[in-house]
Design a protein around this ligand. Structure first.
Ligand code: NDP
Ligand code: BG6
Length: 499
């Protein structure tokens, strides 16, 4: 399928999905992701008329809930600033129904199948012959992925339309468990039917990377080891893991953020130009570059764990109720990767992610080489290209400029493309909105292919196992601080610097 990663329409303008009657099943409809992301994204698409006209949404989970209870639960997370939005929300809830049952029970999923057939009958177009397309969104913990995918295959896929399965990360905990999950899903769904969400691929600035790189001649010219000194990809959050300690302690920050979100960004920053914008061409290039990265060892990584805040007000990781008191799970990690190919050999890619940091930020910072043979009286700062993914999307270039006036003093200045200033109130969709629309259009470009996952796990698994085998203790850092000081030292050792 040939489709653009930014939009499936040939003009580049947003296009609605096909107009076949469509049922979207949300498994885990009672959960956190469903209320915060899945349903709000479906509402945004509904409001923009981007859902197929005859769409029905069927929520499913074990919790018993009346439609009113479901509505109350979901409404808190759906923004309706205008009266028109409120009316649209009323219309939106008319297309939603809810069934409760177990994820591994034939009887319960048959009940769901019957309920879905009922709502589909009501909305089928006279001419459509009930060829309802079905999307199955697994907003569930990974422990349930396999049983529910088997149930879906058994009882919900005898419809005539397409079947698409959306799976949320984490896709396993290491290479072996990821392969096991991949095999179990492959037993019931073809790769072309599986959409593995890494929501960073739906973020506006991550989608913009392809355009910045391949639609601008000057970036293309300098995008290599001759001009680039190092690449820093950073993710920071100013909060800890309160309420998610159980999940987080099993995974840790490397599996939660670095192996997926940051590696996906790295792959797009580092890959060669795809032959076209088709999903397979893009993903082929991502796999190719990931295959050139040797696996990490413990010597390539710094890990940290946050402790109580300096003012004593916020508890440390080990003080959380659902975290074992002797946990060695990292809440901060920084790793240095190398890409052994002609373009990147010798350029460190420094990935950094942390919970309980001073601020929220995700950015890509490309530091260029120093100017050779400086003729100016002062040291020159390196040129940097910064792509700020969040908050406040921006692209800016740090360059040396003449300080205005009669002197020839140099000053670091920015060529600044801040989205708020440049595009004013232009709507930036949430990542989930963009990704669900991609699924409805059948566009895989912003989803993770099975072999991509495989290579990413090959890079991380030996280091993760080594850390666990050696019971490697993470370095403590105070909640709200910059993280372990050895991370800055590691950055300096690899030629990077921070301001
Ligand atoms: P939740 O813990 O909220 O679980 C979702 C639903 O699954 C729950 O409401 C519950 O519904 C059911 N459930 C929970 N635990 C179990 C269990 N042990 N066995 C069977 N059913 C269970 O998860 P999230 O919504 O936070 O996350 C869902 C998926 O999305 C996960 O894979 C997560 O990693 C991923 N994700 C979540 C993000 C978020 O912001 N929350 C962000 C990115 C990814 P009931 O009891 O009613 O059946
Ligand atoms: C999720 C992680 O995948 O991404 C969370 O599980 C993290 O730990 C979240 O907080 C960050 O997403 P965003 O879109 O808020 O940057």
């Amino acid at each position: 399928m040939s489709s653009s990663p930014t939009s499936s329409s040939s003009s580049g303008a947003p296009s609605a999905a096909s107009n076949n009657p469509t049922t979207v099943f949300v498994f885990g409809a009672s959960g956190d992701l469903a209320k915060k992301k899945t349903f709000p994204a479906l509402f945004a698409l509904f409001r923009s008329n981007l859902l197929p006209t005859h769409t029905r949404i069927v929520g499913y989970a074990r919790s018993a809930m009346t439609p009113a209870e479901l509505r109350e639960r979901l409404s808190k997370f759906i923004r309706t600033p205008t009266d028109q939005d409120k009316k649209t929300l009323d219309e939106f809830f008319k297309i939603i129904s809810y069934v409760h049952g177990q994820y591994d029970s034939d009887e319960d999923v048959i009940k769901l199948a019957k309920a879905a057939a009922e709502v589909e009958k009501k909305c089928a177009q006279p001419s459509s012959d009930c060829a309802t397309d079905r999307v199955f969104y697994l907003a569930l913990p990974p422990s349930v992925f396999i049983p529910i995918s088997q149930q879906i295959k058994r009882h919900l896929t005898d419809n005539a339309g397409y079947k698409r399965l959306i799976v949320e990360k984490p896709f396993g905990k290491d290479l072996a468990s990821s392969t096991e999950l991949a095999d179990a899903l492959a037993a019931n769904f073809a790769e072309s039917e599986i959409y593995r969400i890494d929501h960073y691929l739906g973020k506006e600035m991550v989608k913009n990377l392809l355009i910045l790189r391949f639609a601008n001649v000057f970036f293309g010219a300098v995008w290599n080891r001759q001009f680039i000194n190092n690449v820093q990809i950073t993710f920071k959050e100013p909060f800890g893991v309160e309420g998610r300690g159980g999940y987080f302690d099993e995974y840790g920050i490397i599996r939660d953020v670095m192996q997926n979100h940051l590696m996906q960004i790295l792959a797009i920053v580092a890959m060669d130009r795809p032959v076209d914008l088709s999903a397979e061409a893009i993903r082929d290039e991502k796999v190719k570059v990931l295959k050139s990265i040797p696996h990490l060892t413990v010597h390539d990584v710094i890990v940290g764990q946050y402790t109580r805040s300096g003012d004593g007000k916020v508890v440390g990781y080990l003080e959380l109720d659902d975290v074992p008191k002797d946990s060695i799970t990292p809440t901060f990690a920084q790793a240095v990767l190398h890409i052994k190919n002609e373009r990147w050999d010798g350029v460190p890619f420094i990935l950094k992610c942390g919970k309980a940091m001073p601020d929220r930020k995700a950015e890509i910072r490309i530091q260029f080489q120093d100017v050779a043979g400086n003729i100016f009286p002062h040291d020159l700062a390196r040129n940097e290209l910064v792509i700020r993914v969040q908050p406040d999307e921006a692209v800016y270039i740090k360059l040396m400029n003449k300080k205005p006036g009669l002197s020839t003093e140099t000053v670091i200045s920015e060529l600044d493309l801040s989205y708020k200033q440049r595009y004013g109130g232009d709507y930036i969709p949430d990542a989930y909105e963009a990704l669900i629309l991609d699924v409805l259009r059948g566009d895989h470009a912003n989803f993770v292919r099975s072999d991509e996952l495989d290579v990413a796990w090959r890079i991380f698994t030996p280091m993760l196992h080594e850390l666990e085998r050696a019971k490697h203790k993470p370095e403590p850092y105070e909640f709200g601080s910059r993280g372990p000081s050895s991370a800055d030292e590691q950055l300096k050792r690899h030629g990077g610097f921070t301001r």
